[in-house]
Design a protein around this ligand. Structure first.
Ligand SMILES: Cc1cc2nc3c(=O)[nH]c(=O)nc-3n(C[C@H](O)[C@H](O)[C@H](O)COP(=O)(O)O)c2cc1C
Length: 223
């Protein structure tokens, strides 16, 4: 009888040890799963950030509205902030023949004429393979309520179809000026994400504020 009781007791001890081990393994698995949840990137953070991005921009130095003579264009400043945040490559659109005047008033006349005549000014071709980029940020100053005509030359000459395009502008009151809708009309197969408009004067004189705006906008886009 004593032998049977001893046997039963040993069995109970053995069963309780196994139970403890199982619980410990289960708890460990739960901890790892929780860790995975914490470290796994959220879908919204990766959506736009997959693959390398390109930051294309057009920008003028010389005399500009409200900022006087500048040696770094307003849009160039914003473009560089975007490239720094996203780790993207920069692509500056430069006219093939730089006939744009240095003084603001003369520049507005030339730009107006280009727009009225729906011109397509040529730009310098670069040895960059656009097919390597899924997402292309595209920025320019607002000229007479629209993209500068040279940007349409770029839209029509490069293969931007089926890419994710993100417009940005610098301006002195017109905001994004329909850059997003005009981009969608020019490249209907592209997906256009929410754009950003920055005051040209702020990009020169309130760089910290502008950087915060750029960072917040990019964070919202998943960068
Ligand atoms: C030809 C020309 C036309 C412009 N038209 C507008 C306009 O319609 N609306 C606006 O808000 N700003 C307009 N601006 C101001 C520019 O958009 C602004 O100064 C911009 O930041 C210049 O950028 P950039 O230095 O990169 O060239 C115009 C400037 C120029 C030179």
């Amino acid at each position: 009888m004593k032998k049977t009781i001893n046997c039963l007791l040993s069995l109970l001890v053995l069963l309780s040890i196994c139970g403890c081990q199982n619980k410990t393994e289960k708890e460990e698995t739960e901890v790892h799963e929780e860790e995975n949840v914490e470290t796994a990137p959220q879908e919204s953070e990766t959506e736009a950030a997959d693959g390398q991005s390109l930051v294309v921009y057009f920008s003028r130095t010389g005399e500009q509205y409200t900022v006087g003579v500048i040696d770094e264009g307003n849009t160039a400043i914003v473009a560089k902030m975007i490239a720094e945040h996203t780790g993207g490559d920069l692509y500056e659109i430069l006219p093939e023949e730089d006939y744009y005047p240095y003084t603001y008033n003369e520049l507005t006349d030339v730009a107006k004429k280009e727009q009225n005549e729906n011109e397509r000014p040529a730009y310098q071709k670069k040895d960059i393979d656009l097919s390597a980029y899924d997402t292309v940020f595209i920025g320019a100053p607002v000229w007479w309520g629209d993209w500068p005509m040279i940007m349409y030359t770029f839209f029509e000459n490069e293969d931007l179809s089926s890419k994710t395009l993100v417009p940005f502008s610098t301006h002195e009151g017109s905001g994004l000026s329909g850059f997003d809708k005009k981009l969608a009309s020019a490249i209907p197969s592209a997906e256009i994400l929410e754009g950003l408009a920055i005051r040209g004067n702020d990009s020169q004189n309130k760089k910290d504020e502008v950087k915060d705006k750029v960072d917040n906008w990019l964070n919202k886009l998943g960068y």
